[in-house]
Design a protein around this ligand. Structure first.
Ligand SMILES: Cc1ncc(COP(=O)(O)O)c(C=O)c1O
Length: 462
């Protein structure tokens, strides 16, 4: 891979994002073929370089179901999928719905018009959403949906400040990047959106107070006190914005989110959940908030377009249908009949194939398998997960919990060499987010490959 100044920046800043440098190294060890190298070079020559997306590490030839295949014919079970492949790549029913819509000769609806397909989709998803979330607004991308959520909160509450969590990615527009609390996305840009406060996202295993991770309520109180303190000194908080279950993933307790809900209620502030990744079946519920409490705004995206088209949006309460005099979205493609036809097909596919149930069943099976593996390999400091959102935090020793990036990279290299593609976060956290269509056999393949990877890397483990 061609090195670039952005590679250095990536090295310096990246926490929440994928260290695709590690992916590149792993791919290097597989020595890409000439054709792949040519396309990598052409890509790097034409695209503006930016950390995490250009230059890239490999070239795909096809993506189908739960798998991606590169130009050298290597097929990988994709345990990352950028959060879009919940119902699988290249889903035939979504593709057919798109083609049907194209041949219906309604491919775009100008502003101030609507279409049957878009209204039907909106009614369908609102009908599936937690009780009380009765209104929807659509837009092309997740970052834009986050913007709409915050604008709605500011208009409705008449307040303007925000509380979000350090190092939780919410997108890369100015407001979304501000909320993300990660210097990787804000350095060099001067003042971001004012009024942003940050608190730590609950991580029981790595809580900074060294409280026994089992004592979740005690740890929660420490995290919650940060939020309470900010509210105490700022009567003008419009919203608390958080990922319901973070991609790392850290699984907040029910107590944590129910307390945050109460704090928001007490102060007439919004609770906004970002479910752009953890929504749409990923955690074994259609919406991750169903494990917890109903937010004022639920933000969805990524897999919403069926893994083919971009679509995102916010779901909110009827009582917040309050901004008729302003525009908080107003995006050209907000009512795209083609994208909403794809989304309708995605929801129908998910229902017909019981993918939410599958995410729970296979997720539980994988979690159990990884926890058994942990008994043999103490370098797996903790295994966390909900449905098919799972992580393994790799450590050098269980007392210091020192992160083990070298081992994580060695496991990634082994995975890529044996047909598994996944992502490392925070330098040492292996994050697994397979398609929700995976079978028990594929779950066994994942477990067997990880078992073999840990066996082979025994020397790193000691
Ligand atoms: C949790 C989360 N929120 C928001 C976004 C932004 O979505 P988009 O890339 O569609 O703008 C992302 C994208 O990765 C995300 O992971």
């Amino acid at each position: 891979m061609i090195d670039s100044p952005s590679t250095k920046r990536e090295r310096d800043f990246v926490q929440q994002g994928d260290t695709h440098k590690s992916g590149s190294q792993a791919h290097k060890s597989q020595s890409l073929g000439d054709e792949a190298k040519t396309w990598l070079k052409r890509d790097a020559n034409v695209f503006l370089h930016q950390a995490l997306s250009t230059p890239v590490m490999n070239v795909l030839h096809s993506a189908d179901g739960a798998y991606i295949t590169d130009f050298d014919g290597n097929r990988y079970l994709d345990l990352h999928g950028n959060g879009v492949h919940n119902i699988g790549y290249n889903n035939k029913e979504v593709a057919s719905a798109i083609i049907r819509q194209l041949s219906d000769e309604l491919t775009f609806v100008p502003r101030r018009y609507t279409s049957r397909v878009t209204v039907k989709f909106a009614e369908k998803i609102v009908g599936m959403a937690p009780e009380g979330l009765d209104r929807i607004l659509l837009c092309p991308g997740g970052s834009e949906a986050i913007e709409m959520a915050i604008m709605l909160a500011k208009h409705t509450t008449g307040k303007w400040k925000t509380i979000s969590f350090w190092n939780q990615y919410h997108g890369n527009t100015f407001q979304a990047a501000t909320l993300s609390g990660n210097e990787h996305f804000t350095t060099g840009l001067g003042p971001m959106v004012p009024g942003a406060f940050y608190v730590q996202y609950p991580n029981y295993y790595r809580n900074p107070w060294n409280i026994n991770p089992e004592e979740t309520e005690k740890i929660d109180e420490c995290y919650l006190s940060e939020i309470r303190t900010i509210f105490k000194h700022n009567p003008d908080i419009a919203a608390v914005v958080g990922t319901t279950i973070a991609s790392t993933p850290c699984i907040p307790s029910s107590y944590f989110w129910s307390e945050v809900r109460s704090i928001c209620d007490e102060h007439d502030s919004f609770l906004i959940f970002d479910e752009i990744v953890c929504g749409l079946g990923r955690t074994g519920k259609l919406f991750a908030c169903e494990h917890y409490v109903t937010p004022d705004v639920l933000v969805i995206g990524k897999a919403l377009g069926g893994g083919i088209l971009p679509l995102a949006g916010i779901l909110t309460r009827d009582e917040y249908n309050t901004v008729s005099d302003f525009s908080i979205g107003h995006f050209t493609h907000e009512k795209s009949p083609v994208s909403t036809a794809a989304s309708m097909a995605m929801l129908e596919y998910m229902e017909a194939h019981r993918l939410v149930e599958n995410a729970k069943a296979i997720g539980d099976y994988l979690l159990d398998g990884f926890r058994q593996l942990q008994q043999f390999y103490p370098c797996i400091g903790t295994v966390q997960g909900k449905g098919l959102l799972i992580c393994l935090d790799l450590i050098k020793d269980s007392t210091s919990k020192e992160r083990h990036p070298k081992l994580a990279n060695a496991i990634l290299t082994y995975g890529l060499e044996h047909g598994l593609s996944f992502k490392i976060i925070d330098t040492n956290v292996i994050t697994l987010r397979p398609s929700l269509i995976i079978t028990k056999e594929e779950a066994d393949f994942i477990l067997d490959t990880f078992t073999a990877a840990f066996q082979q890397n025994n020397d790193q483990i000691k």
